[in-house]
Design a protein around this ligand. Sequence first.
Ligand SMILES: NC(=O)c1ccc[n+]([C@@H]2O[C@H](COP(=O)([O-])OP(=O)(O)OC[C@H]3O[C@@H](n4cnc5c(N)ncnc54)[C@H](OP(=O)(O)O)[C@@H]3O)[C@@H](O)[C@H]2O)c1
Length: 287
Amino acid sequence: MSRVAVVTGSNKGIGFSIVKLLCQRFDGVVYLTSRDVERGKEAVKKLEELGLHPNFHQLDVAVRSSVEIFKHYLEENYGGIDILINNAAVVDAGFKTCSFDEAKRVIDINYRSILTMHELIYPIVRNGGRILNISSDCGHLSNIRNKFWIEKLSKQDLSVSDVNEFVEWFLESKKNGTFNVDDIANGASVAAYRVSKVAVSAVTMIHQKEYDNKNISINSMHPGLVRTDMTAGVGFYNVDEAAQTPVYIVLDAPQSLKGAYVWFDRKVIDWYDYNADYYFKMKTITG
Ligand SMILES: NC(=O)c1ccc[n+]([C@@H]2O[C@H](COP(=O)([O-])OP(=O)(O)OC[C@H]3O[C@@H](n4cnc5c(N)ncnc54)[C@H](OP(=O)(O)O)[C@@H]3O)[C@@H](O)[C@H]2O)c1
């Protein structure tokens, strides 16, 4: 049975380069997935021109039926998968403020999709498999300034319902107009994105604990500031450079690397260090 790697949101950006590098290095079938079939097929064509041969499947991580269809397809054709990189994400349309609807869109795509993947796809990850959530420096706990939530998210017995409560607290504050910019670092720029990515990194550690008795590693990472559409082309790294550490984590890192929050230089960072300087600063993009 073929080994299988899947990368979500990989028709462009960092995900596309992860697929490219996996096609070069992974001994198995690599799935480039995209919510839009045309954009996905165009991306596959680009890699074929380089002599690489990813497979393609439609996947919108925010649409449950799309994830279900892909799960059944993978089960029927391969019996399971070996590597899953949850890469798909969006950022707040306005960097300074965002409406409730926009905040919900960001939370649904970036965070709640991980819960859907956990429910439907994690159970078909084979023994020895690896799952990597592409988080962000916006996903470090130091992005949160509200004392109640710092304390709650730092609990050793943190549960998925605690993390859900955290995102609900944020969404409620957006809905009823009580959102306080002092609760999120850096004047609460890209607040929904920060909340979604903090939730992604928090839930990564919870999911790892759940899978501890299986030989599956689940980590999250910050890929660095990378020149993509998400950053309007601003960044210190190109997408091929940015793909190196994610691929290292799923192919080369020791299987004992579990529940970690990894920086783009491969260092494991203390996610709980809420006073640290790891949080994202808007001026790195705006100058
Ligand atoms: N670039 C950076 O500096 C940076 C820094 C920290 C973290 N990250 C993280 O790195 C990852 C990749 O970001 P990027 O910079 O490569 O962004 P990007 O160029 O904007 O690519 C994002 C990808 O996600 C896809 N996507 C969005 N919503 C989706 C959905 N519902 N279902 C499936 N795919 C969806 C997009 O597809 P469409 O083409 O259809 O929109 C696109 O393929 C993200 O998790 C991001 O948060 C990036």
